[in-house]
Design a protein around this ligand. Structure first.
Ligand code: ATP
Ligand code: MG
Length: 651
């Protein structure tokens, strides 16, 4: 006696075969599809299985694969029963079956089935290829062929989808495509007949539990995404009409889309904060200019030893700190680069590293600079600010001791390597600052470029260091990235576009106030500024006209432009902005010399103006010395060679 399982969706055939086999003394169970068969197989281990090829809910193909993957069914002799095998031309041994019987008349099948049962006893013949038994008695039918071809067509569509497709019947997976297998990282054998929530974890498992319930609604969970094997996926359910026990689940990999959305949101947020930061810095710089100007004037009179000399000096230092902060704010706001100069960064970075090494003896510095590093066109002051912020953070991350690596490298970024940075392919200079300090958790790492984000104690950090670094590097057409793990240190990489121009040697400025006697038209809408600037200019020996608006400036210029040697022009004014005033002055006197000054940093408009003949740019607040140099540069430099300079105080 043998234990036999007959799996076929044809009720008559099931009945016929079970009666026939039972009469021959065997114990027989039947199942109408693969799904039922797997149910039975959890308790019943047959010696022989007859399996129909085309069935709903796990077809013969897949059922064979599952059976072959199960240890307890290793010795079961599997016989494919098929009416369509002749038409499919399939090699049944490939799916793990031991024999195949073509469905023909009941009488021929009765004979072939018993022969197959008898053959299952003979292990010698098991490995040898056998022909399909009874094939001679059937003939190819066009309709079957067409149905099979249609079926293949649909399967090809399902298999070519990027979305994972699961068909679920009575809370078990009965069909899955390869995309689903890949997404779930599970073999087809283990996926079929699985309870869907077991395939997921956390939220997704819970959601799946609600989805496969018969009355759960179709559609998505309001755009919610779930984590699945390091990917983000969306899960949609589609009911199958007329079959309440069957559900189709479609899983889409939305990792990339989510990443882009987050990036866009982050960019928008940064832009909004940037506008705010820029506005605050502008107003603040005007106030600081008022204070700095008055201090400069007082210091011209006060000599060391005066009762208030130390106090005034101390106020000046406060202004310097405040100006550093506004400079950071402007850096973040991407206000602009003051002076672009082709620069070789090795020297600049080397100097800063040396400076840090002197004051951080506990840290071992490893410097590795590329020989013949390409030049970059940068504002050296701003890049110094960025490097200083990175070195400072690295040192702060290693309070007792540690290793700090500072490196530069030439790098060509190809199309495939740049997607994470939003950079154009091309030549870049890469700067790396690497520490093996405390590192960051993913939550901290995500927020480090936000202005005012700090994990340091109040007073220890403003949280502006990396925000300004981010703005400055972006504004230089580069990118900055951070790789870090808690306890494992941090790596900051900066990429700056290389330039073809050769780096110029730095010209050192003499540390003296330069005087003159020309006439200057000072244009600024802020009383506090005109008042103090006027005194500063007088101290420097100049004659001064004042205009408190763009229109007033034009009126003065029209009436006495022959006497005016230089216009010190504010960029932002309520009636006519600096740009408009400059253009109108040029129509009166095309050779007009204009020095721009602003509480904002150099923006596109100012840069345009400099290209159109502006003689320089001064960032408020400035000291008398910086003002004096800028004026001389503007007055003495040739007309075709404007020489913009930064008036921002050095930190
Ligand atoms: N090398 C690093 N290692 C570990 N954490 C870092 C490192 N660099 C930055 N961070 C983290 O990023 C936060 C933000 O850095 P950022 O330089 O912007 O501000 P800050 O250093 O806190 O303050 P500030 O630079 O204004 O003095 C820090 O508070 C710290 O948590
Ligand atoms: Mg910092």
């Amino acid at each position: 006696m043998k234990k036999i399982l007959v799996v076929d969706d044809n009720r008559l055939l099931r009945k016929f075969l079970s009666t026939h086999l039972e009469k021959s003394g065997h114990q027989v169970q039947t199942a109408a599809d693969g799904f039922q068969a797997l149910d039975i197989l959890s308790e019943f281990i047959p010696d022989v299985m007859f399996v129909d090829l085309f069935m709903p809910k796990i077809d013969g193909d897949r059922l064979c694969q599952i059976v072959r993957a199960r240890k307890e069914l290793k010795h079961t002799y599997v016989v494919i029963l098929s009416a369509g095998l002749a038409e499919t031309g399939k090699d049944y041994t490939k799916i793990g079956a031991d024999a195949c019987i073509a469905k023909g008349s009941f009488s021929s099948m009765a004979k072939n089935v018993l022969a197959a049962v008898a053959e299952s006893d003979d292990p010698r013949q098991k490995d040898e290829p056998k022909p399909i038994i009874g094939l001679d008695a059937v003939y190819s039918r066009q309709l079957t062929k067409e149905l099979i071809s249609r079926n293949r067509h649909l399967e090809t569509i399902l298999e070519s989808m990027n979305e994972g497709f699961l068909e679920i019947f009575q809370e078990r997976v009965v069909f899955a495509n390869q995309a689903a297998v890949a997404m779930l990282s599970i073999s087809m054998e283990n996926l079929l007949y699985a309870y869907p929530p077991d395939l997921f974890k956390g939220d997704a498992a819970a959601y799946m539990r609600t989805l496969i319930g018969e009355n759960s609604p179709a559609g998505t969970n309001e755009g919610k995404t779930f984590d699945l094997n390091d990917k983000k996926i969306s899960i949609k359910k589609f009911p199958v009409e007329g079959e309440p026990s069957t559900t189709v689940i479609i899983m889409a990999d939305v990792t990339q889309q989510k990443r882009l959305e987050e990036k866009l949101q982050q960019a928008k947020k940064m832009e909004a904060i940037g506008t705010l930061a820029g506005g605050v810095a502008h107003d603040f710089n005007n106030l600081l200019m008022g204070i700095q100007g008055n201090i400069s004037l007082m210091l011209l009179e006060l000599k060391e030893g005066h009762a208030f000399f130390d106090e005034v000096k101390s106020i000046e230092r406060c202004v310097e700190s405040a100006a550093t902060l506004t400079k950071q704010l402007l850096g973040f706001a991407r206000g602009g680069k003051y002076v672009l100069k082709a620069t070789s960064l090795n020297q600049l970075i080397g100097k800063m590293a040396q400076m840090f090494q002197r004051t951080n003896k506990n840290i071992i510095f490893h410097e590795n600079y590329q020989v013949d590093l390409w030049s970059v066109e940068v504002d050296q002051g701003q890049i110094e600010q960025v490097i200083m912020n990175l070195l400072l953070n690295a040192c702060q991350a290693m309070p007792s001791t540690g290793n700090l690596y500072v490196q530069t490298e030439n790098m060509v970024l190809q199309q495939d390597g740049i997607s994470r940075f939003d950079l154009e392919p091309g030549r870049y200079v890469k700067i790396s600052v690497i520490d093996n300090g405390v590192g960051m958790s993913p939550e901290v790492r995500q927020r480090i470029f936000e202005p005012f984000f700090t994990t340091k104690a109040i007073g220890d950090g403003s949280g502006m260091g990396l925000a300004s670094a981010f703005g400055i590097i972006k504004n230089h057409g580069g990118a900055i990235e951070c790789i870090s793990q808690k306890g494992k240190g941090s790596t900051f990489n900066i990429y700056l576009p290389a330039t073809v121009e050769n780096a110029l040697d730095e010209v050192s400025r003499e540390n003296v106030v330069l005087k003159g006697s020309e006439t200057i038209l000072l244009v600024d809408d802020e009383a506090i500024i005109t008042k103090v600037d006027r005194k500063l200019l007088k101290q420097l020996g100049y004659r001064v006209y004042i205009a408190r608006s763009g229109r007033a400036a034009l009126a003065v210029f029209k009436s006495c432009h022959a006497k005016i040697d230089l216009v010190l022009l504010d960029m932002v004014m309520p009636d006519l902005n600096g740009e408009a005033v400059f253009e109108k002055m040029k129509t009166v006197d095309p050779a007009v010399k204009v020095l721009l000054h602003s509480g904002f940093s150099l923006d596109d408009r100012t840069r345009r103006l400099l290209r159109r003949g502006g003689r320089g740019f001064l960032q408020k607040p400035f000291k008398i010395k910086e003002l004096s140099h800028a004026i001389r540069d503007a007055l003495d430099g040739g007309p075709e060679a404007p020489n913009p300079m930064s008036g921002a105080p050095k930190a």
